[in-house]
Ligand binder design. Structure first.
Ligand code: ATP
Ligand code: MG
Length: 481
């Protein structure tokens, strides 16, 4: 089922449910009002028609006016004529029934026929209105529900001893009056509301469907390999949030693809250089073009160094892949950083001496301890010191400073750089070399810092670099005990 169709159904459902509820409530209210109104009308009817009912007993004199029956000179009409007049009165009154009841509350006259004659009806409480006092209530006549209003009368001749006059209306007629009032208006309003709701739902569904289909289209494009696909859905609502997230995700995918492409290109390029010289020098050895033993020794040395470089690169690539995919196993323990750094400095000292670099270790007053994997930590520090010793200009100082933080310990390796300093943000990129000729000469592949950063993250720390004038400071932050 499409989103649009579901929205339309939902809108129609809401309209129908709210119409039914409000319609039922309105109907009950209108019906109550109609009942109140009908009661009042019947009350007035009973009071107003009482005199006419009494006069119906008397014959009319030719001039058309009735005699005053009481007092003896009026003549009473025959019973048939009396009942005829009563029926005419009932019709003229507009009530459904007009009844005369005896003092014992049995019906003695019914304008609708003789079915109910002899049955008993009981009206309820008395009510005072402007014109007098009336008894009103619900009654059942011939099995039908009525509301009625009755007043006391005292006819002169009534053979059945009528003592009360009752006007009644069927409950059904009042209900249908209320229904007639409410239903047509409700249907009209309902139809208008339904059309309006459907129009709004249609507009809304379009507003929803357009960005969603745009998102789906862009996702398909990315799946097909067009990583530059983006969406223009950038509103402030939830769909806008999804649109922006989608664009960010697409950018990340594009970046990851580009990095992967660059990485592969870099790997093949980096392999090509040593492999070319391996091929060239080994070929020269084979075809005997190198005549002197010195030439052959030089070729052998280059072959050895280049082979070593290829091996080192494959080891570093393997390392990087392992750290990235989380395949390295870490065994964090309490590491005494002072001892570890002193040992590392001992290792690089001969190389630093060759380049007249002054190594300086600065430790805080309280001994620094970190929770880390000693093997991996050694790998990071080794790379940082190796870089400093390799790239610092000859005869400059190299400083290793340790500082205790609240929750961590920081190791900063600082050394001077030459006129072409490396980019401190990019030195962590794979195969980045600030000065390729120099790095290659030093046997560098450009992967050491990339691996170190991944390792630092795996150890729960971070690794970054800052260039402060002519000093490059590489900082390692590690969680303390
Ligand atoms: N302490 C430093 N001083 C100056 N330049 C540095 C320093 N550390 C890194 N660099 C620059 O950043 C580049 C990348 O360093 P990285 O350690 O990743 O690779 P590398 O040393 O060239 O090779 P390897 O993979 O053998 O470590 C270096 O080639 C160098 O140009
Ligand atoms: Mg390095």
């Amino acid at each position: 089922m499409s989103l649009r169709f579901r929205l339309l159904i939902a809108a129609a459902g809401i309209v129908v449910v709210s119409l039914v509820l409000s319609g039922a409530l309105t109907w009950v209210l209108v019906r109550n009002l109609e009942f109140d109104d009908a009661h009042l009308q019947l009350d007035r009817l009973a009071l107003l028609r009482r005199a006419e009912v009494l006069r119906a007993e008397c014959l009319t004199i030719p001039s058309g006016t009735t005699t005053t029956c009481p007092g003896g000179n009026g003549r009473l009409a025959s019973r048939a004529a009396y009942e005829d007049r009563l029926r005419n009165l009932a019709v003229a009154s507009g009530a459904d029934r007009m009844l005369l009841v005896a003092a014992n509350r049995t019906i003695v006259f019914d304008s609708a026929g003789s079915d109910s004659i002899g049955t008993k009806i009981v009206l309820g409480a008395q009510r005072k209105i402007d014109q007098g006092t009336v008894n009103e209530g619900n009654v059942v006549i011939s099995g039908q529900d009525f509301i009625g209003a009755g007043v006391a009368i005292a006819p002169r001749r009534d053979p059945d001893g009528a003592a009360g006059l009752v006007f009644a209306r069927t409950v059904a007629s009042i209900n249908s009056l209320a229904t007639g009032q409410v239903v047509p208006r409700l249907l009209g309003a309902g139809l208008a509301a339904l059309l309006l709701a459907l129009a709004i739902a249609l507009l809304l569904s379009r507003a929803f469907a357009r960005p969603l289909s745009e998102l789906a289209g862009a996702a398909e494009e990315i799946a097909a390999g067009n990583y530059a696909a983006r969406v223009g859905v950038t509103g402030r609502d939830e769909i806008g949030v999804v649109g922006r997230s989608f664009n960010r995700m697409a950018e990340a995918v594009e970046r990851a693809r580009a990095t992967q492409r660059d990485f592969l290109a870099n790997v093949s390029h980096e392999l090509k250089t040593p492999l070319t010289s391996l091929l060239g020098f080994s070929q020269a050895l084979i075809d005997g073009s190198l005549q002197t033993p010195a030439e052959r020794t030089r070729a052998g040395t280059i072959i050895h160094e280049e082979a070593h470089r290829v091996l080192r690169m494959s080891q570093e690539l393997l390392d990087l892949a392992r750290v990235e995919s989380g395949q390295i196993s870490l065994h964090p323990t309490d590491v005494d950083l002072k001892a570890l750094l002193e040992q590392e400095i001992e290792i690089v000292k001969p190389r630093a001496g060759e380049r007249q670099l002054a190594l300086d270790l600065r430790l805080p007053t309280s001994p620094p301890h970190v929770k880390s994997d000693p093997e991996r930590l050694h790998q990071i520090i080794d790379n940082l010191l190796d870089n400093a010793v390799k790239y610092a200009p000859a005869g400059t100082p190299v400083e290793v400073a340790v500082a205790n933080g609240l929750m961590n310990v920081e190791v900063a390796v600082s050394n001077q750089v030459d006129q072409n300093p490396p980019d401190p943000q990019r030195i962590f990129d794979r195969f980045y070399r600030g000065d390729p000729s120099r790095s290659s000469a030093a046997g560098g592949v450009g992967l050491g810092l990339a691996i170190s950063r991944e390792l630092a993250v795996a150890l729960g720390g971070k690794l970054w670099a800052e260039l402060d004038g002519q000093v490059l400071r590489v900082r390692l932050n590690l969680p303390s005990i």
